[in-house]
Ligand binder design. Structure first.
Ligand code: GSH
Length: 211
C-alpha cells in the first residue's frame, strides 16, 4: 500500500492517525499542496480530483476520501475497532464523524481558504478551485468555528469522547478539525470550553496524535 500524504494538511492526518491507532504502516509519498504538487498531471493520474489523501492498494486500486480509506482499513484490520461494533454504535460514530467534518473541518477550511495568502487564487481545493478568496467567507468561517467549539464543548459534557465513551474515528476527525482551526484558521479553543479542553488534552496525548 502507498499513502499519498501531506503533513501540512488536516485530511491526510485523519488517515495517518487512524493507521497509527491500528498499528498499520505503509509507504508514504509526500505531496506539497501549497506548492501545488497535487495539481501536477502525475498526481492527477492517481487521483483526478487532485486531493489528498489517496491510498493506493498493492493491486493498484486507488481509494480516496479519508472516511472511505478508514472504512477500508477498518474492514481489513478490525482491531481495535474505531468505527463501532454494533449497528447503533456504527451509525452513531458515522454521524458524529460527519458532524466533525462538516461543522469543524468545513468551518476551519472556510477561514483558511479565504485568508491564507498562498491560496489567494485557490479558493477551493483541487484542480477546479481557481477562484479568488472571499474575505467575507473567512469572517463567516470564524463564526462557524466558534459555534463548532461551543456545540462540541456541550456534547463533551455528557460523554468522554465525541461519539460516546470510547475513542473512535469521530475523535480523530474532531482532533484534526480543532488543530486545523487552532493553527491554520488561528482560532484557539476558548478558555470557557473546559470540556473541550479536557478532551483535547486526552486525545492529543495519545501517541497516534503525532503520526
Ligand atoms: N473530503 C476529502 C477532503 C480532501 C481535501 O480537501 N484535501 C485537501 C487537503 S486537507 C486537499 O487535497 N487540498 C488540495 C488543494 O488545496 O488544492 C477527504 O475526506 O479526504
Amino acid at each position: 500500500m502507498k499513502l499519498y500524504d501531506c503533513h501540512l494538511a488536516p485530511n491526510p492526518r485523519r488517515v495517518r492517525i487512524f493507521m497509527a491507532e491500528k498499528g498499520v504502516t505503509c509507504e508514504k509519498v509526500e505531496i506539497n499542496i501549497v506548492k501545488g504538487e497535487n495539481l501536477h498531471e502525475d498526481y492527477l493520474a492517481v487521483n483526478p480530483r487532485g486531493l489528498v489523501p489517496t491510498l493506493v492498494l498493492d493491486d493498484g486500486t486507488p481509494l480516496d476520501e479519508a472516511p472511505a480509506i478508514c472504512r477500508y482499513l477498518e474492514e481489513v484490520h478490525p482491531a481495535p475497532p474505531l468505527m463501532g461494533t454494533d449497528p447503533v454504535s456504527k451509525a452513531r460514530i458515522a454521524a458524529r464523524e460527519r458532524h466533525m467534518e462538516f461543522d469543524g473541518m468545513g468551518a476551519a477550511a472556510e477561514v483558511f481558504r479565504n485568508s491564507f495568502p498562498g491560496f489567494a487564487k485557490r479558493g477551493l481545493p483541487g484542480p477546479d478551485g481557481v477562484f479568488e478568496a472571499i474575505p467575507e467567507l473567512a469572517q463567516r468561517g470564524a463564526v462557524r468555528v466558534q459555534a463548532f467549539y461551543d456545540r462540541l464543548n456541550r456534547a463533551l459534557g455528557t460523554c468522554q469522547f465525541v461519539a460516546g465513551d470510547t475513542f473512535s474515528l469521530a475523535d480523530i476527525t474532531a482532533l484534526c478539525a480543532v488543530d486545523f482551526a487552532t493553527s491554520a484558521a488561528r482560532t484557539p479553543i476558548p478558555n470557557a470550553c473546559k470540556n473541550l479542553q479536557r478532551w483535547h488534552e486526552v486525545v492529543s496525548a495519545r501517541p497516534s496524535a503525532s503520526a
